[in-house]
Design a protein around this ligand. Structure first.
Ligand SMILES: N[C@@]1(C(=O)O)CN(C[C@@H]2CCCCN2)C[C@@H]1CCC[B-](O)(O)O
Ligand SMILES: [Mn+2]
Ligand SMILES: [Mn+2]
Length: 305
């Protein structure tokens, strides 16, 4: 296994400061040494520098559009380069609007892929359905072939080619889905394991069904997009949109251990860590160390040693 680390210190997909500090916090907690310590080759590509966008007026209700479009174009190019170097990409966010560039770049490099989206939220609002206008709640709408008729032209977004099919997407951990998102998920028949299904089936069965569902026809490379707010706020409180009733630490890690063992994991996003949302030092330490442990699980770490 080899990991190519890309830091994406970006926050314009949402209104809160602080989430751009995620990459360096996760590095400072020892991610690279710990990956090497478990036999994983690691190359750190550093942090992307995102250009300043001035006069980024809202387009309809959608905010900071030009900054998000520009940042994700840069990220897509970076992910393609890291994939060409033969690594599994690790994109450290930054907010979840970065999944646009990460998944796009991954798909440009490897072709068709499966997406496992672990999150309290579906992040599948369209510009017209979004209740907040924040682009971290919309990334999937720009990537899904089936939603392109619902997405208007946005400045700095025209480079995006839709690259994911609804049948190749699985959600795990949902518990705060907007009515319009629910409608879209039902309309497209997207596979969803909400927290109700996690409770009902248990995380082991959820992962078996996820992997069976995704590899039903053809085994495709897997893109895991992990929003730290999928985990219960008692474990990872330092995040922008915490929602009670999330994954336990053990369930959260089990998901990454299981996906790692498929041998299909080809790109990972770890997003929405925001130190300014921590009330205590322990809040921050717990959030960041959990983020690191999730990434170690992606690269073969097992709790049995
Ligand atoms: N759907 C949302 C959007 O803004 O589009 C609305 N939601 C906040 C809202 C608070 C009140 C109860 C209903 N939910 C946040 C979510 C985006 C989360 C982005 B992620 O990256 O954290 O997943
Ligand atoms: Mn979320
Ligand atoms: Mn998210």
């Amino acid at each position: 296994r080899s990991a190519g680390i890309i830091g994406a210190p970006f926050s314009k997909g949402q209104p809160r400061d602080g989430v751009d500090r995620g990459p360096d916090l996760i590095r400072a907690a020892g991610l690279l040494d710990k990956l090497q310590g478990q036999g994983c080759a690691v190359k750190d590509y550093g942090n992307l520098q995102f250009e300043e966008v001035v006069d980024d007026e809202p387009v309809g209700r959608v905010k900071r559009v030009r900054a998000v479009g520009s940042a994700n174009q840069r990220l897509s190019e970076a992910v393609q380069a890291v994939k060409r170097d033969g690594h599994t990409t690790v994109m450290l966010g930054g907010d979840h609007s970065l999944a646009i560039g990460s998944i796009h770049g991954h798909s440009m490099a490897v072709g068709e892929l499966s997406v496992v989206w672990v999150d309290a939220h579906a992040d599948i609002n369209t510009p017209l359905s979004s209740p907040t206008g924040n682009l971290h709640g919309q990334p999937m709408s720009y990537l899904l072939h089936e939603l392109q008729s619902k997405v208007p032209v946005l400045p700095n977004f025209s480079w995006i080619k839709p690259c994911v099919r609804a049948k190749d997407l699985v959600y795990i951990g949902l518990r705060d889905v907007d009515p319009e998102e629910h409608y879209i998920l039902k309309l497209l028949g997207v596979k969803v394991f909400s927290m109700s299904e996690v409770d009902q089936l248990g995380v082991s069965r959820v992962m078996e069904e996820t992997c069976d569902y995704l590899s039903d026809k053809v085994k495709k490379p897997i893109h895991l997009s992990y929003d730290i707010d999928a985990v219960d706020p008692s474990v990872t409180p330092a995040t922008g949109t915490p929602v009670p009733g999330g994954l336990t630490y053990r369930e959260a890690v089990f998901i990454t251990e299981h996906l790692s063992q498929t041998g299909l994991l080809s790109a990972v996003d770890l997003v929405e860590v925001n130190p300014l949302r921590a009330r205590t030092e322990q809040d921050l330490r717990s959030t960041v160390s959990t983020a690191v442990d999730l990434l170690l699980g992606c690269f073969g770490r097992l709790r049995q040693g």
